[in-house]
Design a protein around this ligand. Structure first.
Ligand SMILES: [Zn+2]
Length: 356
């Protein structure tokens, strides 16, 4: 067994042998010292008071090491407050954002969390995550040049048109598009189903995220022949163990649940998995995109019909029996809407919780 030591100051057992200070006894005095140095920079009493509150909050809520590490850079943010604002009342979401935009608040992540915690500034985790995604999107763009950059820019505008797209989803689509542009040697106007097939053979993980980009290339006229090759039609021979495992998990949860929205979400997810197209695409399928006259039933993606073997045939037939009067296969709560992609993703997550 590994020998352990104990902290000479507080007696805490430490992971290393020999009597060294524990993390708390080592970092806390350093963090406090750093806080004192930062305090000396601040002139206005109300800013000093706010800084002391920040120090306590930081020490209380984060590891001693992180408190030490972030104390010093956070002092810069408070020095900025000291210079700009005459009282705490001057600090609002707008005035703090005016310092350096979301980027500045993101850089001073602990300070902005503290400001949100004290309700001085009303910024939610959601907004912070959104800024981080926008930053990543910008990084992807910055890593591209010339024509590729133009195309990716046009793709972003294309995705943002119409119904909103989440920034995280947009970033995943953009990344797939960027990888494709970078690794493809043929001129963009000559991109065809074959080019994309070759790319996906090397990057199978991009399959469903590339779908939107390829549709864009075709619709925007960059590559009239571009199309994502569908997965092979023969179920038994053409699918990886992972795809089959996921479809089986969907079917199992489908049978176990009594919830109609969950059954619908899992049926759509199984179709998406089988064809290698995005879930949100399958959620928009209508009854006329399904042919139940044949055994196994068929699903239409754009102009092509794909036959659904095994378990998926059964799921579709069961779902199709619900709300016969509705034109949509996966209706949502509103008469004009289909099941939401976020809601469906939740049901999928439940079904997959035991699948690696
Ligand atoms: Zn100690």
């Amino acid at each position: 067994m590994k020998e352990k030591g104990s902290c000479p100051k507080c007696g805490e057992i430490t992971p290393n042998k020999g009597n060294r200070l524990c993390a708390t006894c080592y970092w806390i005095p350093r963090a406090q010292h750093s806080a004192k140095l930062q305090l000396a920079r601040l002139e206005q009493p109300w800013v000093q008071e706010l800084w002391r509150a920040f120090e306590i909050w930081l020490l209380r809520n984060f590891s001693p090491y992180n408190a030490w590490k972030w104390m010093f850079p956070s002092g810069d943010a408070f020095a900025e407050f000291d210079e700009r604002f005459c009282s705490a009342q001057d600090m609002t979401t707008e005035s703090v954002l005016a310092i350096g935009g979301p980027e500045w608040l993101r850089k001073h992540g602990y300070v902005s969390r503290f400001l949100a915690h004290t309700k001085i500034v009303d910024i939610t985790d959601r907004e912070r995550n959104e800024w981080a995604e926008l930053r990543r999107i910008q990084d992807i763009l910055d890593a591209s040049t010339g024509e590729n950059r133009q195309i990716l820019n046009a793709f972003i505008n294309y995705c943002r048109r119409g119904k909103g797209i989440q920034s995280k989803t947009l970033r995943v689509y953009l990344k797939a598009g960027q990888s494709f542009l970078q690794s493809t040697k043929s001129p963009i106007c000559e991109v065809s189903e074959k080019t994309i097939y070759n790319f996906l053979r090397r990057h199978p993980g991009h399959r469903s995220s590339l779908f939107r980009f390829v549709t864009f290339l075709r619709e925007a006229g960059y590559a009239p022949e571009a199309a994502v090759p569908k997965r092979p039609k023969k179920y038994r021979s053409g699918y990886s163990a992972r795809v089959i495992g996921r479809i089986e998990a969907f079917s199992k949860e489908f049978d176990a649940t009594g919830s109609i929205p969950r059954k619908r979400a899992l049926c759509a997810a199984a179709i998406a998995e089988m064809l290698g197209v995005p879930l949100e695409y399958c959620l928009r399928l209508h009854r006329q995109d399904i042919n139940l006259e044949v055994q196994s039933c068929e699903v239409r993606v754009q102009e092509d019909w794909y036959s659904c073997a095994m378990v998926i045939d059964r799921l579709i037939r069961e779902v199709a029996k619900i709300d016969i009067g509705d034109d949509r296969l996966f209706p949502g709560k509103l008469p004009s809407d289909t099941l939401s992609a976020v809601g469906a993703a939740y049901h999928v997550k439940i079904a997959l919780k035991n699948v690696i």
